[in-house]
Ligand binder design. Sequence first.
Ligand SMILES: [Zn+2]
Length: 157
Amino acid sequence: MADCERCGKKGRLTLVEIAGARLYVCQDCGKHGKPVQEPRPIVPAYTSKTSSRAPVPKPDAMTNRELELADDFNVRIQRARERKGWSREDLGKKMSERVSIISKLENGEMRPSDDLIRKLERTLDIKLMEPVSDVRVQGSSASQGLTLGDLITRKRA
Ligand SMILES: [Zn+2]
C-alpha cells in the first residue's frame, strides 16, 4: 500500500488531477480532484533535446552499397599497368579509351564510372572496389574497440 500524495493516508489510491497537478490520492482526497484515466508518460525535456542533437548517419549514396571505389584507385591502376609493362597509350588502346582519360584516372583527377571501373578491373586484372565499412574501421587504429558512442563521449569530455 502506498501513501496518499495529498494527505499521507495509506489506502487504495487513485490518480486524480487537483489544481493542475496529478496525484495518487486516497478515496477521500479523490473527491476533491478530477479523476484521470491514464497516467500520461512524463518525458523529460532534455531527453528530446539530446536525441535531436545526436549525430544522424549521413545519407550517403554509398551507404546501400557493399563496395565503393578505393581511395587509392589511381595508384592501383598505375601500378597494375606498369606491372604489365604497358604505357598509358597501350592501356587506352586495350580499353578503347582515350589516353587523356587514362592520364586523368592515374592522376586521380577523375573518378571512373561504374562501367569504366569494370573495364579497368577486367583489363588490368585488379580490384578497384573495396568493402565500405572495413576500410573505414581499419583506417583508424585509435578507434578500434570503441563504439561511435564512446568516441562522442570522449570528444565531449
Ligand atoms: Zn488523502
